[in-house]
Design a protein around this ligand. Structure first.
Ligand code: C5P
Length: 223
């Protein structure tokens, strides 16, 4: 059954730009499915850290990524029977995810899995390469940005709310390093897709960003 007629909204952007919250709310408001592609890189990274797989062993990592026993139930994420919804959000896991995300074989191993999230009545997909690589013909492409300070504040709050300890100086350093790695890698670097609408959320509440995306989508549908 071809899925090319199923609408897709892609929301890409750097770490802690608010894309997860915005994408999740837009999906909820439209009754669409939701793909948190970063979670797939985080699951691969968590699985590798737990199994002691070397983070530069591209072959072993792509095997892990290609056979991830993952399931998503609402906001909960499982690796096998283990609820890892909180564990995958640790900074250590995110940093390792950003390292392995630069490996071509890992990205290829996760490619088909991501396409499978495109189901009726529609999909909102968030990540770094949703509009550039995975869904280049998406109905609407959005690129969310925010200043590094605004993003560090958000990440700080997210980590504290989840019970992790956090320190602003370390977070700013981590974010800068991760942005640098994501934007400068040779495979699927972080950049706005062709035709993407750029939304700066530095001083914008999540509700407002959600409203703007819904308005843009409604305008496309009405055209
Ligand atoms: O979005 P999140 O911070 O959960 O993603 C974790 C890491 O996975 C990112 O730092 C990025 O390197 C990688 N990633 C990616 N492509 C995606 C989603 C995430 O390279 N589509």
């Amino acid at each position: 059954m071809p899925t090319s007629h199923i609408p897709v909204i892609t929301i890409d952007g750097p770490t802690a730009s608010g894309k997860g919250t915005v994408a999740h709310c837009v999906a909820y408001r439209l009754g669409f499915h939701y793909l948190d592609s970063g979670a797939l890189y985080r699951l691969t990274s968590l699985s590798a850290l737990r199994k002691g797989v070397d983070l530069s062993d591209e072959h072993a990592l792509s095997k892990l990524a290609g056979a991830l026993p993952c399931t998503f139930e609402g906001e909960r994420v499982f690796l096998g029977h283990d609820d890892v919804s909180v564990a995958i959000r640790a900074e250590e896991v995110g940093n390792a995810a950003s390292k392995i995300a630069g490996l071509t074989a890992v990205r290829q191993a996760l490619y088909g899995l991501q396409l499978h999230f495109r189901k009726a009545p529609g999909l909102v997909a968030d990540g770094r390469d949703m509009g550039t690589v995975i869904f280049p013909h998406a109905t609407l492409k959005v690129f969310l940005t925010a200043s590094v300070e605004a993003r560090a504040q958000r990440r700080y709050k997210q980590l504290i709310d989840k019970g992790f300890s956090a320190n602003m100086t370390d977070l700013l350093k981590d974010l800068n390093e991760r942005d640098e790695r994501d934007a400068n890698r040779t495979v699927a670097p972080l950049r706005p897709a062709e035709g993407a609408v750029i939304l700066d959320t530095s001083t914008m509440a999540a509700d407002e960003a959600v409203g703007r995306v819904l308005e843009m989508y409604a305008a496309i549908k009405a055209a």
